[in-house]
Design a protein around this ligand. Structure first.
Ligand SMILES: NC(=O)C1=CN([C@@H]2O[C@H](COP(=O)(O)OP(=O)(O)OC[C@H]3O[C@@H](n4cnc5c(N)ncnc54)[C@H](OP(=O)(O)O)[C@@H]3O)[C@@H](O)[C@H]2O)C=CC1
Ligand SMILES: O=C(CO)COP(=O)(O)O
Length: 341
């Protein structure tokens, strides 16, 4: 079997751990970081202390700050940078890619929507990388905190693509005894589930920060899933995807885990910290903050009721009090739980 050459772009928590899996599975991986000192740390110490503490990366993993070196001969290019920088990184990548037979499969593992354009990540990649420079675009998504994958905890995720053959190739690259990958062709549903769950996780964290209990958490997740699915379907997603790994699966893990940066950010907001302080202190991406604005605007555009997302938007962008938003949610007019009643 020939070794697959893979470029992983972004050496944060997720990119570096996905790169590690690919190396463990026999891939030849170049991990790109914009910081030469981080490349040196990964190559020489086999650590990435800023993002994943107490983890020793496989010694075969090579990091580089030279993008053309990372992409040379790559058959697969995996984007793992935060949503707000996907467009600018793709712009740098595009001129360096081969065409035709040399064009790579493009994969991404980011979870958000672009602010202002409301684009999904695969839409950004399709716009920035010409069709002759890529094979299929595959989305990797599901309940998967980097910290747990690092310790080889059992993890199941989805590889979604309109091109099922490409999704299967990506599935094969990542599968091993602790990391199991399913395929899905509903790219819209997978990307929207991933983006919107981060917004609900901010709410789950805020409830915890205010001292609410498990009833409130379950209620938020359930009604959060209802509104995510409503907007997702209006935007072309298949309903079943929201009860899959990239939907309810990721919603559960993000709303219930201390590993989640979105949950932790919400918890700190609930404890009374300012958004600026929370973002500043996290030192890692909190995707739900920006995606909340896109979700709120899309809901208005599609005329979809999303009361929880709207409440979180009011807190993040209009300085509303969390407790007043909770009170307003609880005092909404009584409703039927399901749309057919
Ligand atoms: N962490 C996790 O468990 C999971 C994360 N994800 C998703 O993966 C994506 C990445 O998240 P994650 O790795 O956790 O984020 P982190 O905050 O841990 O790391 C972000 C990485 O992106 C790099 N970066 C930021 N801006 C730029 C830029 N302009 N050009 C190049 N590189 C840049 C950072 O580099 P620098 O250090 O130089 O700033 C850093 O390496 C997010 O969309 C997240 O939702 C998905 C599943 C699990
Ligand atoms: O998406 C994730 C787990 O599936 C990670 O969530 P956070 O970005 O909130 O840490």
């Amino acid at each position: 079997m020939t070794t697959t050459k893979i470029a992983v772009l972004g050496a944060g928590s997720w990119g570096s751990i996905l790169a590690s899996i690919l190396v463990q599975n026999g891939g030849q991986v170049q991990l790109w970081t914009r910081r030469p000192e981080q490349a040196a740390e990964i190559n020489e110490q086999h650590t990435n202390q800023r993002y994943v503490q107490n983890y020793h990366y496989p010694e075969e993993l090579t990091a580089t700050s030279d993008l053309s070196q990372a992409l040379a001969g790559a058959q697969v290019v995996l984007f793992t940078v935060p949503t707000p920088v996907v467009r600018s990184v793709a712009q740098q990548v595009s001129p360096l890619l081969g065409t035709g037979e040399a064009a790579p499969i493009i994969v991404h593992a980011s979870k958000g929507l672009e602010q202002e354009t409301h684009c999904r990540i695969s839409e950004i990649l399709a716009a920035m990388i010409a069709p002759e420079k890529r094979q299929g675009i595959v989305v990797l998504s599901g309940p998967s905190h980097a910290e747990e994958v690092a310790r080889q905890d059992l993890t199941l995720i989805t590889a979604a693509s309109a091109d099922l053959a490409c999704a299967r190739q990506v599935q094969k690259l990542f599968m091993n005894d602790y990391f199991r990958v399913y395929t899905n062709t509903d790219v819209i549903g997978v990307e929207l589930g991933a983006a919107f769950k981060n917004v609900i996780a901010l709410g789950a964290g805020a409830l915890a920060g205010l001292g609410y209990g498990d009833n409130a958490k379950a209620a938020l997740m359930t009604r959060g899933l209802a509104e995510i699915s409503r907007l997702g379907m209006a935007l072309g997603a298949k309903p079943e995807t929201f009860i899959g790994l990239s939907g309810v699966g990721d919603l559960i893990v993000t709303c219930t885990s201390v590993h989640s940066r979105n949950w932790r950010a919400g918890q700190q907001l609930g404890q009374g910290q300012s958004l600026e302080a929370v973002v500043q202190n996290m030192g890692m991406v909190i995707e739900g903050v920006k995606t909340c604005q896109s979700a709120y605007e899309l809901a208005q555009q599609e005329k979809i009721e999303m009361p929880i997302t709207a409440a979180i938007y009011h807190v993040l962008y209009e300085q509303a009090e969390i407790k007043s938003e909770i009170a307003a949610l609880m005092r909404r007019e009584g409703k039927a739980e399901l749309s057919w009643d």
